[in-house]
Design a protein around this ligand. Sequence first.
Ligand code: AMP
Length: 193
Amino acid sequence: MSLNLFIIGPSGCGKSTQAKLIAEKYHLSHLSMGQLLRDKIGSDSPLGKKLKFYVDQGIWVPDDLIFEILLLELNKLHNENFIVDGFPRVLNQGKFIEHYLTELQKPLSLIIHLDVTFEEIMTRRARLGQKFQDAARTDNTPEAVAKRQASYNDTINPIKEYFSSSGKLFDVDGNRPVDPIFQDICQKINEMR
Ligand code: AMP
């Protein structure tokens, strides 16, 4: 049975940490949307310059660019199972990938939503201080963080509503240490298999 997972949640919620653990346990390829974008930005191509404009400000990259980048990477995987972190960010992206995977007869398995409060993210940031700051990231200014948070709140609810109705959304309380969150996610995945 194919396993095609997506993990979403606000910036700094720990989704990459969970995605890595899940990928390791279930032998999945791990794609991070944010990292793919940063890699492209680092390459200094015309596409990279376009992406930098959005990412530096903490605003969503337009869907057509996101789809182009993601599909290119998914095609490289051939038939491997995968987990994508940081996608879908808006409902349109969710509908697009659902349709795309259905056409390939590898239906979307699950969208894991890591539910973490803004307060918790701020507390973690304060605790980690400088260590939290990834030197490669230019979008960690307070303005960019606040902007991402505001657009996050606007976009998550339609995604949750749409995928809940087909049972493809798993909401997990992310305001906890890594381990119990991971255990809950594994339990859900195991139930599906
Ligand atoms: P992240 O590393 O997941 O926090 O993403 C960093 C930045 O990349 C975001 O602030 C957006 O500008 C951009 N980004 C990441 N994923 C997406 C996506 N699925 N759609 C649009 N923009 C995205």
